[in-house]
Design a protein around this ligand. Structure first.
Ligand SMILES: [Zn+2]
Length: 283
């Protein structure tokens, strides 16, 4: 059997931990080569963990986030590549301020897709994962992450294009990340009710669209939720260990929603949905 390879593309350091980390850990444990690509350095983020919020950390955030990312990658035992773009920041205010010059979302899709095309041609993944057209949430870097991954998927396999970026390689399947889909959020809400606890995601739930009908593929990876927790905690400036991320006990999460979910957006191999394996049709 040929070596299976999975490439998952994320916008910022810590997105790999909050979206699909248990899937990555599972496939790595099964011998699949997994590459995580991070588009930006997360330089325009904030220190979100109140315990680490101080001017010193804020000043060195870019450096700290590199180290946190290395720690998360160690937990997940994946390979990692920085695509090298600058965080676009969350546009605060109405109307939204213009994007900072030269940031990830300010660069054209074709230009910004080049390092990813190069990576696809080098790593040769059969399967790609990215966010859906809404970015999962509407951060400009998440939307751009979707756009460059779609562009790279369509162009990495073209023999006559971008010949300076390596030999053509065509991935077979492309998935959208469907973490925190509406059915999962409902299950989580019920679990909080049973525990007699306030659901810290209630507001977020109200705002989100009903997207569960889009799910084609559910990966049973509850066994790896602890790794997901560890990867999240590696991003110490971003994740408060006593905060909302861990409001639902992991053993409850394993019981009520043991999968991470995806939408098969494009496939070049025959497969039958619903699927329980990202490599269905390729093994
Ligand atoms: Zn992000």
């Amino acid at each position: 059997m040929t070596q299976l390879r999975l490439l998952t593309v994320h916008a910022h350091p810590d997105d790999e931990a909050s979206k699909g980390a248990a899937t990555v850990a599972k496939y790595v444990a099964e011998g699949v080569e997994v590459m995580i690509a991070t588009c930006t350095g997360g330089e325009r983020g904030d220190v979100l963990n109140p315990k680490l919020k101080n001017p010193e950390n804020e000043k060195q955030l870019a450096e700290i986030r590199k180290k946190e990312m290395a720690e998360s990658i160690k937990v997940l035992r994946a390979k990692h590549t920085w695509l090298g773009f600058e965080d676009s920041g969350w546009p605060d205010g109405e109307p939204k301020p213009p994007l900072p010059k030269g940031c990830f979302a300010d660069i054209s899709i074709e230009e910004a897709a080049k390092p990813l095309i190069k990576l696809i041609r080098e790593f040769k993944p059969q399967v790609l994962i990215t966010y859906d057209e809404n970015g999962g949430y509407p951060h400009p870097d998440h939307i751009r992450c979707h756009e460059i991954t779609m562009f790279a998927y369509e162009n990495a396999g073209r023999v006559n294009k971008y010949s300076d970026l390596g030999f053509a390689w065509q991935p077979f399947k492309l998935y959208y990340q469907m973490s925190f889909n509406s059915n999962q959020m409902k299950a989580i809400d019920n679990a909080f009710k049973e525990l007699g606890k306030t659901n810290p995601y209630a507001e977020w739930m109200d705002e989100s669209n009903d997207d569960s009908h889009r799910i084609t593929t559910q990966i049973n990876c509850a066994e790896y939720f602890d790794k997901r927790d560890k990867a999240l905690l590696a991003h110490a400036t971003q994740v408060d260990p006593d905060g909302d991320w861990f409001a639902l006990p992991t053993d409850v999460a394993k019981r009520i929603w043991p999968t991470e979910d995806y939408e098969l957006a494009i496939t070049r191999v025959a497969t039958k949905t619903p699927e329980t394996d990202l490599f269905a049709g390729l093994r």
